[in-house]
Ligand binder design. Structure first.
Ligand code: GDP
Length: 325
């Protein structure tokens, strides 16, 4: 199939074509990379956009239960929902957070939903690019909402936040000291904090936790891109399907406000700029890591060590010999 045919199929929402394109953008092969870039270039001209929602939370907090209930609620409203995962730890654990087939079983059978597990990747840079590309493919394939899930480890939240329009943090009810368990950084990128499992015996603890976080959020610096009252904390029960409609309303309100006030466009523009710089850096680092470049670094390093060349001269010489392709 040519790139033109593949892009045409994706634009007409052909799921098999989408899956095929995702495999292409995930491939490490140089010829696949060239085709993937062509494909993404063609699709970008159509400028289709989805609402991108990032979602983070530690294992066991209820992410998959939430995504399933929330996703089914959205598809019931006629929306098309794609679910992706950013899971840099999958390479280590040998499995992915979405790899388990029993996760989100009902949502995965829904014709208006598309669930894509995270492939094993060794470094966050590769995961970030792959996720950006897959989001772009899902947007071209006409999805209305793209949910990007990550576990609360390392820098993966930052990656997801820099791809998303809105960022959700899922928490479980806990004792009074648990505020310390959440890094300040993630509180700062969260637009809405959802205290999950607000049901049964856990309800009182959820209420307390929610009040604690509401207080903590009020202490954070006011953000220019937010209307009064945001970021906010609220309670949900993914298991009992409670509060999800309200959470969706909140997200839509925040999103509409940002769109009307120009913050949405601005954020996407800043994200594009950020990823461009990341891409340049990563490409340069990859070039420095080629066998030829390493050999050259050793040679020039010897010259510098022997005092035959100055450090800055050698560094300049090194950079000019990098692969310009
Ligand atoms: P994940 O690791 O974050 O994806 O968490 P899961 O969705 O797999 O949920 C972990 C456990 O919490 C499971 O046993 C769920 O049934 C349970 N759970 C998830 N959401 C809720 C909820 O709203 N209320 C209660 N009581 N349990 C929940």
């Amino acid at each position: 199939m040519t790139i033109a045919e593949l892009s045409q199929k994706i634009l007409t929402r052909d799921r098999r074509a989408l899956a095929r394109a995702i495999t292409l953008v995930e491939s490490q092969r140089a010829d696949h990379r060239v085709m993937a870039e062509q494909l993404l270039g063609v699709l970008a001209t159509h400028r289709r956009q989805a609402l991108r929602i990032g979602l983070s939370g530690t294992p066991g907090v209820g992410k998959s239960t939430f995504i399933e209930s929330f996703g089914l609620m959205l598809t019931a409203q006629g929306l098309r929902v794609a679910v992706l995962a950013v899971d840099p730890s999958s390479a280590r654990s040998g499995g992915s957070i979405l790899g388990d087939k029993t996760r989100m079983e009902r949502l995965s059978r829904d014709p208006n939903a598309f669930i894509r597990p995270s492939p094993s990747q060794t470094h966050l840079g590769g995961v970030a690019r792959r996720t950006r590309d897959v989001v772009a493919l899902c947007e071209a394939a006409g999805f209305d909402v793209v949910l990007i899930e990550t576990v609360g480890v390392g820098q993966s939240e930052t990656v997801v936040a820099e791809i998303s329009d809105l960022f959700l943090l899922l928490l479980a009810p806990a004792g009074g000291d648990e505020l310390q368990g959440v890094k300040r950084g993630i509180m700062e990128i969260a637009d809405v904090i959802l205290v999950n499992k607000a049901d049964g015996d856990l309800k009182p603890a959820a209420t307390r936790t929610c009040a604690d976080y509401s207080g903590a959020l009020r202490l954070l610096r006011k953000r220019v891109q937010d209307p009064p009252g945001y970021p906010k904390a609220m309670m949900v029960s993914a298991l009992e399907d409670e509060g999800l409609g309200q959470a969706w309303t909140e997200l839509q309100q925040l999103n509409s406000w940002r769109r009307e006030h120009g913050h949405w466009d601005q954020r996407r523009a800043e994200q594009a700029r950020y990823w461009f710089v990341q891409e340049v850096r990563q490409t340069l680092l990859a070039q420095l890591d080629s066998p030829q470049a390493r050999a050259r670094i050793t040679d020039l390093g010897d010259r510098v060590a022997q005092g035959d060349q100055s450090i800055s001269q050698a560094a300049k010489q090194m950079l000019t010999t990098l692969d310009p392709t």
